[in-house]
Each structure stands twice: as C-alpha cells, then as structure tokens.
Design a protein around this ligand. Structure first.
Ligand code: IMP
Length: 508
C-alpha cells in the first residue's frame, strides 16, 4: 500500500498526464486534490483525443476509482459535460466520487473572472472562475456541493451574497435552480473523499494523487501575483484532501525539458518574443484556413479555439529556422560579436544586425522548441511561451515539496542542437544568486551553464538509460546533481510507452 503524488514543478503543462497514465496502472484510486477545470490534460481514446479538465486522467484505467477531493473547485456543468464526453468509452458512474465539501464554481464567479481579464486587470487566467471561487471561499460567501443537497437555504443565502459582491445582473433564484439541477443530476457521485482515501489506504490499496498546475503557479511559493489559487504541491494535499501528508510515501515531480508558461508573469529563461510568436503562428493559421485576420476575429472565442487547435497540431516552421539550428554555433558567435569566417550570408540576413540579433536568435530557438514539443494550449490552441530549463526554480520545487524522484518529459524535443543550456543562477543588479529570487524575478538575468546536445532520434530509440546518447545522459545527471534528487522516469517520445523507467514508486 502506498500513496504516491505526481506534481508539477513548473508553470503547469509539464506532462503529468503521461506519468499518471503509467503509475495509474498500479493504482486502486486516482485522486485530485486542488485546481478545477482550469487544468487541461489530453488523453487518447482510440484515434480520438479528448481533453479532460476535471476528471483525473487516471479515468483511463478501468480498475481504478477516480475522485476529486474537497480542494478541487467544481463547475457542475463542466463536470457533467466531461462525464458525457467519456460515456461509451469509460464507465464512470460507479467509479467517480466528488467530495461534498468541494466548492461550486458559480456563474457570478465565471462572469467576474472574464470581466477582469477583459478589463486587463487579471493575470491571464483561464477565465473559468477559479480565482473568484477561491475568493468567495475565503470571503465566506462560497457554496459547497453538499449545501445544495442538505442545506438549500444556506446555498440560496450564499448565492445572494455573491450576487451582491460581484454586482451580478442575474436572479439569485434562477442561479440556484440551475446549479441545484446540475448537483441533483450528479447526486450519486458525492461522498466524503477523505474517508474514502483513508479507508482505501488502511485496506492496503495504492492511491495516486494527481496534481494540477505546478509549483511556480503556487499562490504562496510561485511567481505571485501571477499564480493560480490553490497549492499545487504537497501543501495542497493536506488542505485539499484532508489527509496527513506524512502518509504520502513518494512525491514525483514532473519537469519538462522545454520549459513553458501560459498566462502572464515572469519567466526569466524565456526565449520567444510573444508578439512575434503570436504573429507567426496566426499567419500560418490564416494561410492554412484561408481566412483573413478580420474574419478570424469575427468568430466567437469557441470557434477561434477550434480553428487554432486544428492548425496548431500541424504547425511547421519556415526553412530559415532549420537553417539557423544547423548553424547554431556560428549563429551564437555572430550575435556575440565574434568573428565567423566565412560568415554565411543567409545567417546574417536571418539574424539581422545590431542589438536585436541576440533577441532574434533566442526567439528562433524558442519557436524551434515550441514546434518540436507541440507547445500549444490544450484548450485554446494558443502558443505557449518557451525557454531553457531553470534548475534554480526546479531545486526550489524539490525542496519545498519533498520531491523524491523526478520525471523528465520531452527530452527528445530538446534534441538536435550542438549545445543546450540550463539556468544555474541569476544575476541581479548587485549580486549573483543561486536561490530563486522571488522578489526580483523581473530584473533577474539567468546565469546559464552550457551542456552538449544530442540527437533526438537516438533519444526516441532508447529504451534503457545507457542507450541514451552521451549528451542526454549528462543532461539528466546534471539535473540530478544540481537539485539533489534522482530522476526516476524519462519521457523519450510522444507515445504512451516511450519512456525510460529507472524506478517505480509503487514498488518502493
Ligand atoms: P486561474 O487558475 O484560471 O485563475 O489562472 C491563474 C494562472 O494560472 C494563469 O496564468 C493561468 O494561465 C495559469 N494556469 C491555470 N491552470 C493552468 C494549467 O493547467 N496549466 C498552465 N497554466 C495554468
């Protein structure tokens, strides 16, 4: 019997689903403890891709029960849609449990989140009402799933408080009736998830805890205020599940070799220039779809997402990018003002001249990662910002979450470069630091260490560690040395089975 947690160490989207999928094969229960439908993980059903937002990706394992603890905020409408989207594929009726104490996301909160983002005073949220739901919970205006079933008058009163607080134009009774209808539809799945987990644990079952988002989005330890509203790591397990976190026997921290971020906020090792990235991606999409920017903008946001996602999946870079990557050593020398003899004319034309050269080269690299790793949002199809792996931030995640083993994802996507970089410190105005500079991130200049690159196909072919190319082995070993934590699993390709497993937590 074990309780194993899989958590994100970065800004979410680290590829936790792949690890949960593997470990879930041994699990009797797969349980989420925080977040809400702001998460998005893609699962493949036959030839079809489905995106889950609330239901744990462990749903793919028919032997496992799946549960949402009280720390997950629940949009009942979204949950019903998700259950329906899986019907005929996975039977969830008898396997899915949701804690009665989980807070309900209401239309007032969703409207407030959207308005805030539209006014430009948000943090680039997912617009699902997650932030306002947590604000109402802390402000004692929240309403829990169980309130609708056992104390409807309290639910009504709480909804009225929210209507007043958010200056919502709708009627309280109408909101109540709508939400109560959804909750009644879901009635059979509600339970006390704490008891369920503890009972299963005492019966010797394996429990897998599936985190959402990641350490750098933690409201206490992340890049505040550009964070989510619940603790994605070990602290969230105690608060969001009501279990003693010392029962967790193993914490796997998922780290993506290509670092990414969506939404606003600092990202010191970011390579892409967002405005250029958006322009280039949208130009590709307009051409492929055969529409103008005005025609695209005239669509509602759901249709825009569908179009973006359709073409994001096929995104490819112009020839110039491959050319620069093939001549990366010369390109680096050129932007640093060193002599390159002879300097290929094409390189100079692509990179331009003056101060902008370095920015341009960084951007090309970031776009190369984005394309290689398919870094587009699962829900919106928007390109993610990309950059080099930050080991200082990773060490912070390891220390604060008691991570015992790392899962590195997308190692293959960093391939085919003469050298790769990792952040090992930050240069501030007056000093160089090796700790995460929480209050000075905006001005922090990363200090990089350069490591040898590797052939991505050799990574994809490897099925045991020693089959990895030397550069990739050294990269993994350097991560372990720097953060003082062993690597337990390495993702070597997009396929379900493309991974090298060094240790399995349920066999500890
Ligand atoms: P919220 O959680 O919707 O309030 O958004 C707050 C911040 O967290 C924004 O920067 C979001 O982009 C980010 N965020 C929330 N969920 C995810 C996720 O699953 N992956 C990546 N970023 C996320």
């Amino acid at each position: 019997m074990s309780i194993v947690a899989v958590i994100g160490t970065q800004w979410g989207d680290e590829g936790k689903g792949k690890v949960v999928d593997r470990y879930g094969q041994q699990a009797h229960w797969v349980v989420r403890y925080q977040g809400g439908n702001n998460a998005g993980h893609t699962i493949v059903v036959g030839n079809e891709k489905k995106i889950l937002h609330l239901i744990p990706s462990g749903a793919m394992h028919p032997q496992a029960g799946v549960a949402l603890g009280q720390g997950v905020v629940i949009s009942p409408e979204a949950l019903i849609q998700e259950i329906e989207s899986l019907s005929g594929v996975y039977t969830l009726e008898s396997r899915l449990k949701v804690d009665l104490r989980a807070h309900v996301v209401t239309p007032m909160q969703i409207a407030a989140d959207i308005q805030r983002e539209q006014r430009g005073s948000g943090v680039g949220s997912t617009r699902n009402g997650i932030g306002p739901c947590h604000e109402d919970r802390a402000g004692k205006r929240g309403v829990r799933c169980g309130d609708f079933l056992f104390n409807p008058e309290q639910a009504r009163r709480q909804l009225e408080k929210q209507i007043e607080h958010w200056s919502y134009a709708g009627s309280g009774e109408q909101v109540f009736m709508e939400l109560a209808g959804f909750i009644r539809k879901l009635e059979k799945i509600f339970a006390n998830v704490t008891d369920l987990v503890l009972d299963a644990y005492q019966q010797g079952k394996n429990i897998l805890l599936e985190g959402a988002q990641g350490h750098l989005l933690d409201p206490d330890f992340g890049t505040y205020p550009h964070v989510t509203s619940s603790n994605p790591g070990i602290a969230g397990i105690a608060a969001g599940l009501g279990i003693d976190p010392r029962l967790v026997s193993h914490v796997t921290g998922v780290v993506k070799a290509v670092m990414t971020r969506v939404g606003d906020g600092a990202f010191p090792s970011q390579l892409v220039q967002e405005r250029w990235q958006k322009e280039e991606v949208m130009k590709f999409i307009y051409e492929k779809e055969g529409i103008t920017a005005e025609e695209f903008e005239a669509h509602d946001s759901k249709t825009q997402n569908v179009i973006r996602k359709k073409w994001a999946a096929q995104f490819s870079l112009p020839e110039d990018y491959a050319y620069v990557m093939q001549h990366l050593s010369d390109a680096e020398k050129y932007v640093q003002g060193q002599t390159v003899d002879p300097l290929p004319e094409r390189l100079a034309t692509i990179l331009g001249s003056g101060e902008r050269k370095q920015t341009r080269l960084n951007h090309l690299l970031g776009m190369y990662f984005m394309a290689a790793a398919g870094e587009f949002g699962a829900t919106t199809g928007r390109p993610r910002r990309t950059g080099w792996l930050d080991l200082v931030a990773l060490k912070d995640a390891v220390e604060k979450n008691g991570i015992n083993g790392l899962a590195i994802t997308k190692l293959d996507c960093l391939g085919d470069l003469p050298e790769v970089k990792v952040v090992v410190g930050y240069s501030l105005e007056d000093q160089t630091v090796s700790k995460f500079p929480e209050f000075r991130l905006q001005g922090a200049i990363p200090v990089y260490e350069c490591l040898s690159g590797w052939d991505s196909r050799a990574v994809t072919r490897a099925s045991i560690f020693v089959e990895l190319p030397g550069g990739a082995q050294s990269y993994v070993r350097r991560i372990e040395d720097f953060v003082h934590c062993p690597v337990h699993i390495i993702g070597t390709g997009p396929g379900r089975n493309q991974a090298i497993e060094l240790h399995h937590p349920f066999s500890f």
